[in-house]
Design a binder for this molecule. Structure first.
Ligand code: SF4
Length: 241
């Protein structure tokens, strides 16, 4: 079978991500976590490098998180894999038809996404889930390159405010929006953005969701129904011609 050009472009981008060392603080932290490990995973070899994008290069839906979890993606090497946030995300993606199984435990578990891709504002876990501004700026080039890959994009789900800001900044750099002040983050909010050159692209709807972190899911701030509601809407948008 001839190589799929979209898959080749995704692999090239992912290789750039895996070898990136622009943020010394984050690289040192991820490497230290990988050496020290959590007791429950002490027999495992942590991945410990920048976590690449995961999904379908022909995606109509892009999901943007904050960053890999220190003992989730940083351990397994795949976005939202091996942590509680991932349990929520892949359950929602499976329920709405974007993937072939409801769980994501390790890179060889057979999980495939259909019509969706997952990325993050940062590809390295930050200490305390608190990135520095310069680190977010350093990683912008990978967000931009990810959007460039997805030529048939219809919807973006932003998991949390940091992801939302990263997506708005991307569209501001691209000239789609002049200012970010008009765009409000709230769970379930949606914003339809139109390209600055309408003949060269199609509108994209940006959907906001609370992040499925334990801080939100354990406290009931985010329920399964609330989370599924965002992905059902994303599914409608992705199916529009
Ligand atoms: S966060 Fe992004 S820019 Fe910084 S080292 Fe990781 S991959 Fe590179």
């Amino acid at each position: 079978m001839p190589p799929n050009p979209g898959q080749s472009r995704l692999e090239r981008l992912n290789n750039q991500i895996r070898t990136c060392a622009r943020c010394p603080r984050l690289r040192a932290y991820c490497a230290a976590v990988a050496r020290q490990k959590r007791a429950a995973f002490r027999d495992q070899t942590y991945y410990g490098r920048p976590v690449p994008n995961f999904g379908d290069p022909a995606a109509r839906l892009l999901i943007v998180g904050l960053a890999p979890a220190a003992h989730g993606g940083n351990r397994t090497g795949r976005m939202f894999t091996g942590d509680r946030s991932g349990d929520w995300l892949y359950d929602a993606l499976f329920t709405t038809g974007f993937c072939n199984q409801p769980t994501s435990t390790h890179v060889a578990d057979g999980l495939q996404l259909h019509g969706a891709m997952i990325t993050a504002a940062l590809h390295c876990a930050p200490p305390g889930n608190r990135p520095m501004m310069q680190e977010l700026v350093n990683c912008q080039r990978f967000i931009d390159a990810t959007f460039d890959l997805l030529t048939d994009l219809r919807a973006v789900v932003c998991l949390g405010r940091v992801a939302f800001d990263a997506v708005l900044k991307h569209y501001q750099r691209e000239g789609w929006i002049a200012s970010r002040t008009l765009y409000r983050f709230a769970h379930g909010a949606e914003h339809r953005l139109t390209p600055c050159k309408p003949r060269t692209g199609r509108p994209v709807t940006v959907l906001c969701s609370y992040h499925p972190s334990q801080q939100n899911t354990f406290t009931g701030k985010l329920t399964r129904e609330m989370f599924l509601g965002v992905f059902r809407r994303a599914c409608e948008l992705a199916e529009m011609s």
